[in-house]
Unconditional design. Structure first.
Length: 566
DNA sequence: ACCAAAAGCGCC
DNA sequence: AAAGGGCGCTTTTGGT
């Protein structure tokens, strides 16, 4: 059963039980109302303009929901997938404005929708869906995207367990004790002094790329940039302290004490919580983006600070080589599927005699997916094409479509963004004569860039779809676990329907493209591991049916995130 | 004082 | 001849 609701400044707009009217529930009452319906006899799909503007309020009121339909996210998918798109209503587009990440902040009486407007948008989406050739897959994509929106809001509300003391210990061990504001930590200052002496440049600030580059060149080093990869090939006494300086400076600026103060909220004792804003559909391929705290780049060096609460554990699961597996599934390439059957797909390439080392298998495969052709990859690609003509043919074809200015689709039907006027302007200037002109070069370069983008789009996007289904299925199964509270507190909120909070229950706390982390009471960790593994299988079947492609996981139960690295 | 671009580096 | 996809964030720098 669909229940249509919409946020307003005053509260939650809901249908009046008497019939066609509508009323606004103050936010203070909305949670109880929603929980009641969620726990009712009929399963509810909540339909609303934008999860991010409704669900956090409900979460704060202790409500967790099973299903929703996020009209904003689904409109974005459908408007590109449908032959006959319709414009998004203004109350839907405001949420996408960067200035108003939360629709609620931007709601005025003028752009806040009525329930009938919301229902009309839903009807159009349903019609567009059923009229679309790939309706079945697209329906799965919309459901997964919406489930992702619920998960994103829940993970923000729950936060990633973060041990502030441990984080400080890591920083102190690497950099020295926390310095007064504006001062370099002692380790960093010592390295800076060493670099200045070795380069005979007593006032050098190693943080300034421009002056550092000049100083390096003055000292006789033949470098064109100060990038790590270039420096590491040079033999000179300054290189080692300089690279160490850069490593530590990066740690300090990206995840130092200032980061800790800004992004980790204190909790009980040592265990704080890191909260980022997950942005489902934030990347055109369908990958999530995040905003705040650099959550997609938590460096290995700091992962030891991600620590489960006392009596709890982290179940860390990452999926191996999702992109080539997704490609095998899309292309129906049984040979590639077979290579991945026993776990490590790259090892499978070696075992099949296609390439001679795992490293080369990886380099070659990534080049096929990204469009690289340089050096070693160029030599391996022909072998991959011979061994896996269907898989490589699919990405080569996607690249060709992109080079010609076309759009491509993921397996479930997310469409790549159409080109803008800039593309046509550049392409239009070229090709008017046979000489290799600047315009010609620019046009070809642009076409190749686009080809690499569309080549990768189908693979990255389909992998993201698999991951979304994996995560949604994991969530569904975690919700179905018996609540730890139900026996001890019969008067408490029913669970899983409208569960008060994840307190005591395993819950997702992190997602990174092909990896999920579940925070769980220690005794449930084995159950959670099985759930995560089963969910990966289900996701594979949801996308590819009976096609024999596997999605093996590396699953570990650990006390802290760094221990998951084997 | 504020802003945008570029360089650089972290993650997948 | 060479040609690697997608992100977020911090710092410096040069501009207004």
């Amino acid at each position: 059963m669909d229940l249509v609701v919409a946020p307003t400044r005053a509260g939650l707009l809901v249908a009046d039980p008497s019939g066609s009217g509508e009323r606004t529930l103050p936010w203070a009452d909305a949670g109880a109302w929603v929980r009641e319906r969620e726990a009712g006899p009929e399963a509810v799909r909540w339909v609303w303009p934008d999860t991010a503007s409704v669900y956090p309020r409900l979460l704060a009121a202790g409500v967790r929901l099973a299903r929703c339909h996020d009209l904003r996210l689904c409109h974005a998918i459908l408007s590109l997938a449908t032959a006959d798109p319709w414009p998004a209503p203004s109350w839907l587009t405001t949420a996408a404005e960067p200035a108003a990440p939360n629709l609620l902040d931007d709601l005025t009486p003028d752009n806040s929708p009525s329930l009938s407007e919301v229902s009309t948008e839903l009807d159009r989406q349903v019609a567009a869906l059923s009229g679309s050739p790939g309706a079945g897959r697209l329906r799965l994509l919309l459901a997964a995207e919406s489930a992702g929106a619920l998960i994103a809001a829940e993970m923000h509300a729950d936060g990633l367990p973060w041990d502030r003391v441990r984080h400080d210990e890591i920083l102190t061990a690497e950099l020295g004790p926390r310095p007064p504001l504006g001062m370099r930590p002692e380790r960093l200052e010592a390295l800076a002094m060493q670099i200045r002496e070795l380069l005979h440049s007593p006032s050098l600030n190693p943080d300034s790329q421009a002056t550092l580059l000049k100083a390096l060149r003055n000292a006789g080093l033949d470098v064109a940039s100060t990038a790590k990869w270039e420096l590491s090939g040079i033999g000179h006494p300054v290189i080692e302290p300089l690279l160490e300086y850069k490593r530590l400076a990066r740690l300090l600026s990206a995840n130092g004490w200032a980061w800790l103060d800004t992004w980790v909220t204190p909790g009980d004792g040592r265990s704080g919580r890191f909260r980022t804003d997950y942005v489902p559909g934030g990347v055109v391929t369908g990958r999530w983006a995040t905003s705040g705290g650099g959550a997609l780049q938590i460096p290995k060096a700091i992962r030891a600070a991600v620590v489960a609460d006392p009596g709890w554990a982290l179940v860390v699961a990452d999926a191996a080589q999702v992109e080539p597996r997704a490609l095998a599934g899309m292309a129906g390439d049984e040979a590639l599927a077979t290579a991945g059957r026993d776990g490590d797909l790259y090892a499978g390439l070696v075992a099949s005699g296609v390439v001679d080392t795992r490293d080369r298998a990886k380099v070659g495969m990534l080049s096929a997916l990204y469009g690289g052709t340089s050096g070693e990859a160029g030599a391996i690609l022909p072998r991959l094409r011979r061994a896996y003509p269907r898989a490589t043919g699919l990405v080569d074809h996607a690249a060709g479509v992109g080079e010609r200015g076309g759009t491509v689709r993921t397996w479930l039907g997310r469409t790549s963004p159409p080109l803008g006027p800039a593309w046509h302007a550049v392409q239009g200037r070229a090709g008017e004569n046979d000489a290799i002109t600047t315009d010609e070069r620019r046009a070809r370069s642009q076409a190749r860039d686009r080809g690499r983008f569309t080549r990768n789009f189908v693979v990255q996007g389909t992998a993201a779809e698999w991951a979304l289904c994996w995560m949604a299925e994991t969530r569904r199964r975690l919700r179905d676990l018996p609540s730890p509270d139900s026996a001890s507190s019969p008067g408490g909120a029913a669970s899983p329907d409208g569960a008060a909070s994840p307190d005591g229950s395993p819950h997702l706390v992190f997602f990174l493209h092909d990896e999920i982390v579940v925070h769980t009471p220690l005794e449930l960790a084995p159950v959670v591991e099985q759930i995560v593994i089963a969910a990966a299988e289900v996701a594979g079947r949801l996308l590819f049916g009976e096609f024999p492609i596997t999605f093996p996981l590396h699953v570990t139960t650990v006390a802290s995130y760094d221990q998951a690295d084997k």
